[in-house]
Design a protein around this ligand. Structure first.
Ligand code: SAH
Length: 346
């Protein structure tokens, strides 16, 4: 059985042609799925009964189920979703003044093995399908519809569990679907993909012709420190990463965002700030400083507010634009991957 949420419009058009249907059926189905939010094929009243029966036999409209729901005082919603095979993934909705941003997981677990991150502790179980990622938004939109009339997901960050460029094709189709006018119609500028820094993925993504944003999890300004925090840096050291970033910036004429997690006494020193300025001065990007979410699964400490602000000052004085990431949901299991770890008893 093929899940229709797996198919971006061109693939759905091909499928319709192969079913002996007109290409336009694909647009019609998109409208039923993403605009009218049909739950069953029976609702699709402008599709003939006989073709609806074919659809029922061969295709599904399944979306993930909510296993655990948490809502924080600041309105942040965190869902643990249960997938068809029982695997569980987290998805989080954050309320900004400019809209509702969802943080999408792209894999069950993660193979990147960053030492500070709980999502990667158990390795990768599997990639998420396109339908499952689209499903994260469909479920969240349903929750929002029940809670607040008229609200929906307006911004998407692929920054949950998993490495999007380790699941490239499914993530790309996911983006095409949510960005499509007859899909979820989320503007490209409202979509951000975050990578730990896979050069081939960055270069390939640059050429997709999308106006989406790209964030790079940098976290350290030199190879020695970065390799001790992020296994990926051993395979693709900073030189290779920055070659890819420069290529991306050239092809797209767009800057990337650098994410920089602040770990007390490890990467939050003046020396690190100076190295970071040197490293990124020549690129167009700006830095998003992330206060670390501590977890009892490792011993990293979150940098104090003073140190975070001192680091920010160094960067600004060095001519690098930087902001401190706003935090959400601190009263629920906020740290990345923690809710899943708790529920799975690991
Ligand atoms: N693999 C991708 C996307 C998932 S991680 C990437 O590396 O960008 C998303 C972001 O959350 C990364 O910047 C990651 O470093 C950060 N992160 C992981 N654990 C965290 C924690 N405990 N506190 C704050 N940020 C964390």
């Amino acid at each position: 059985m093929i899940n229709l949420y797996d198919l971006e419009i061109h693939k759905l058009e091909e499928l319709m042609l192969s079913e002996g249907q007109k290409k336009y059926r694909a647009t019609q189905l998109f409208i039923w799925l993403y605009d009218k939010k049909a739950k069953t094929f029976d609702e699709m009243s402008d599709i003939s009964l006989s073709f609806r029966n074919t659809l029922k036999e061969k295709y599904t409209l399944d979306i993930p189920k909510i296993h655990t729901y948490q809502k924080s005082k600041d309105g942040t919603i965190k869902l643990l979703l249960e997938l068809e095979d029982g695997a569980k993934v987290e998805t989080v909705l954050m309320r900004y003044t400019y809209g509702n941003a969802i943080c999408i997981s792209s894999q069950v677990g993660c193979n990147m093995g960053c030492t500070f991150c709980s999502s990667g502790l158990l390795g990768k179980q599997r990639n998420l399908t396109t339908a499952e990622m689209v499903g994260e938004i469909m479920v969240m939109n349903e929750v929002l519809r029940e809670e607040n009339q008229g609200q929906r997901v307006t911004h998407v960050v692929v920054m949950g569990t998993g490495e999007p460029f380790d699941n490239y094709d499914n993530v790309l189709d996911f983006i095409k679907i949510i960005n499509h006018q007859k899909g979820l119609a989320i503007g490209a500028r409202h979509i951000t993909v975050s990578t730990c820094g896979i050069p081939d993925g960055i270069k390939k993504y640059a050429k997709e012709g999308l106006q989406t944003n790209l964030a790079i999890s940098l976290h350290a300004p030199n190879d020695e420190l970065r390799s001790s925090l992020m296994k990926i840096n051993k395979a693709y050291p900073l030189k290779e990463l920055f070659e890819a970033i420069r290529e991306y910036e050239q092809v797209k004429d767009r800057r990337v965002t650098y994410e920089y997690l602040l770990l007390e006494g490890i990467n939050d020193t003046k020396e690190c700030a100076e190295q970071l300025i040197e490293l990124i001065k020549g690129t167009m990007g700006y830095v998003n400083l992330i206060p670390y979410n501590e977890t009892n699964l490792n011993s990293y400490k979150r940098s104090s507010n003073n140190r975070v602000h001192a680091f920010l000052d160094y960067l600004m004085k060095g001519g690098v634009k930087a902001t401190i990431r706003k935090e959400f949901g601190s009263d629920i299991d906020a740290a990345c991957g923690q809710l899943r770890a708790k529920v799975e008893g690991k």
